[in-house]
Ligand binder design. Structure first.
Ligand SMILES: NC(=O)c1ccc[n+]([C@@H]2O[C@H](COP(=O)([O-])OP(=O)(O)OC[C@H]3O[C@@H](n4cnc5c(N)ncnc54)[C@H](OP(=O)(O)O)[C@@H]3O)[C@@H](O)[C@H]2O)c1
Length: 314
């Protein structure tokens, strides 16, 4: 009989991709609840839901997520919500006999000046990036909570730390979106408006790593098959791209033929941020979606969402 998999946060970008992958592979019976049906901040409601639904496996893809601006304006909300979500899901999973739980964190758990590429053991070796410290602290607590339950109670609760993600279901808010949806939106608008140039922030030289969200979903299902996974493992594409080359790739994807100019007065941020994903590669998983293909898929999803009035901009 198929195992029952609760995907917490299945309406989000990652959760929706996980659901598509579960349906495509037929690997589990999905157990789902929207936020209206189950507010994950409510501990007793979460426990009741788990008692009624009895999932065998849980993937924790729910989180209060936001950009630098909302993170630094509302640090209490980011810390409180994400801590409570993690403790509620982990404790209710333990109490209701869940066999296995995969907790999703983020590469922001690593110190600001971690060695590059960032290995798993860089965790807690230095100060965090100040702008998303509250979010990172909650994710570190969640990861450590899983490891502690595993150590003390022998349950297979473990974590995955994805790099920057992009793809279908991304957030296109003008102020709060991540790099790729931000660029796709701006180049699309420039093409539609016939603008002669698009400016990108800084020198264009900082390098960043991006993973198509469906690759993360396949990595998560792969991790659930490992007999003895590490307490936390990096999930990255394995190589990075400069912001200028990324902007050029986005322009090609969108069909924008104007100029790309550098707004060098704007700050650059850290020069490089790349995860060391060799541990995951050694378990037999690798990403399938190269950047140009992923950008094409993300752009198609963007146009479809726009045309149906369902573009996400929160
Ligand atoms: N996006 C990235 O680039 C990225 C990179 C690395 C790691 N990750 C990690 O991946 C995970 C998922 O991220 P995402 O990009 O998919 O975020 P997302 O699109 O914002 O989705 C978050 C999900 O959590 C749900 N949620 C939040 N608070 C809830 C609550 N109180 N009760 C019930 N549901 C709640 C949301 O429901 P609603 O739809 O109702 O709001 C949504 O389904 C996070 O842990 C994040 O750190 C993301």
């Amino acid at each position: 009989m198929k195992k029952r998999l609760f995907i917490a946060g299945h309406t989000g970008m990652v959760g929706a991709s996980l659901l598509r992958e579960v349906v495509r592979t037929g690997s589990y019976l999905p157990v789902l609840a929207t936020r209206r049906e189950l507010d994950l901040r409510d501990a007793s409601a979460v426990k009741l839901f788990m008692e009624e639904q009895r999932p065998d496996v849980v993937i924790f893809a729910a989180a209060k997520v936001g950009g630098i601006l909302s993170n630094s304006t509302f640090p209490a909300d980011f810390l409180y919500d994400n801590l409570v979500l993690a403790t509620n899901i982990v404790q209710a999973s333990f109490q209701t006999g869940v066999q296995r739980l995969l907790f999703l964190g983020s590469s922001c758990i690593y110190p600001k000046f971690a060695p590059q590429p960032i290995p798993e053991d860089a965790l807690l070796s230095g100060a965090l990036e100040e702008t998303n410290e509250a979010y990172a602290i909650a994710k570190i607590a969640g990861l450590k909570l899983c490891a502690a339950y595993r150590k003390q109670h022998g349950v297979l609760f473990h974590s995955a730390m994805p790099t920057n993600l992009y793809g279908e279901g991304d957030n296109y808010h003008p102020d709060h979106s991540h790099v790729i949806p931000g660029l796709l939106h701006r180049f699309h608008a420039a093409k539609e408006g016939g603008l002669p140039e698009v400016a990108i922030w800084g020198s264009g030289t900082p390098c960043r790593e991006f993973l198509y969200v469906d690759d993360l979903a396949s990595a998560c299902l792969h991790l659930l098959t490992l007999k003895n996974p590490p307490d936390w493992i990096n999930v990255g594409y394995g190589s990075d791209v400069s912001i200028l080359d990324l902007a050029k790739a986005v322009a090609r994807t969108v069909g924008y033929e104007g100029r790309i100019v550098l707004d060098s007065d704007k700050p650059d941020g850290t020069p490089k941020k790349l995860l060391d994903s060799s541990l995951l590669r050694a378990t037999g998983w690798s990403p399938k979606v190269p950047l140009e293909e992923g950008l094409g898929r993300a752009y198609e999803a963007y146009k479809t969402a726009r045309a149906s009035g369902q573009l996400r901009a929160v």
